[in-house]
Design a protein. Sequence first.
Length: 434
Amino acid sequence: MSDITRLACQALDAQDSLAPLRGQFSLPAGMLYLDGNSLGPLPSATAARVQAVVTGEWGQGLISSWNSAGWIDRPRLVGDKIARLIGAGPGEVVAVDSTSINLYKVLAVALALVREGAPGRRRIVSERDNFPTDLYIAESLARQHGCDLTLAGADEIEAQLDDSVAVLMLTQVNYRTGRLLDMAALTARAHAAGALAVWDLAHSAGALPVDLRGAGADFAVGCGYKYLNGGPGAPAFVWVHPRHAARMDAEARWQPLSGWMGHATPFDFTPGYQPGAGIGRFICGTPSAISLAALECGVDTLLAAEACGGLAALRRKSLALSDLFIALVEQRCAGHGLQVQTPREHARRGSQVSLYLDPADGDAYAMVQALIERGVIGDFRAPGILRFGLTPLYLGFAEVWDAVDHFAQVLASGQWREPRFSRRSRPSHRTTVT
């Protein structure tokens, strides 16, 4: 393959129908931001919207804004917008709490639904390399319910699904490798074994088309601060398949965190709990009005893509960007021990590229720090993963070329070997947050 030129990448940018969407974001001048899979950038509309909530709705409207500004309904309204990105229907998603808390809710419900009819099903199955918070939550629930958590490699999951399994809990796109799992196939396999499937969409919602209903999934959770661009610590979201929501309604079932906003009539202030209907019972505490306003702005940046071909167009560009990144790394960064860890097959790839460097061959952490000093923002995962998010809403082809050009210079010059880049004085978001 002949060398890919920057001029060729600029030509791709000139033909990109999604290019106008970049104007939705306030990105620092000169920065090449390849870390949207950790934290999405600031939408241009967010600051003014949050300011309006703070000074107008809170400052002037005060408590009346729960009704007049619609604060009380915001989890459902934002949830309905997220539903359009994940293959869910209106009234099926709420934006609340954190991913960890929402996972606790749905995993506990899934265990109860299965084990009441089959108490011998004692296993939760997950991927060994799943994000730790998901595994910690599952481990906690397993201890509480007298169950076991079974971990397997991505290619070993199906072999674990038998009549001892209650729940299959997976993340659709692996946070380390960027590997995309086949949600429909694995869900069908779980159902065939008599288990339910819980999916974490943290690295897929907003990055690629997701079809929860089409895949037959049972429960799903996801975060708002990555591809949804909702801001640091943005509210997460939770979805329950209508068949399970209907059963919970019919049987007046609780979810384990039965807070007042999940009550059927929260403002009656009765001492006993009565679960609300449908997805509403998965709301727990008081909605965060300011954070939800920011999250809504972020979700709107994704919905704006509907005029340009929607998530299908974003997916095509994401794959093209990651194809380009891989090709450039292999052309310009060869000979330094870097291995592409992300699957090359489109059907098995999310919206990131992860490179692995054996610690014996070099310091991946120091390489990432040297890139960051140059304004190329990626991140590091121990023991030797360099991770780069290829986010099509605001990233162009020439920017990918520029990022790899900086990488090639860092490697060729040995700049990463400077002692300052290997110092780990304190934890940072580039080493601790998914």
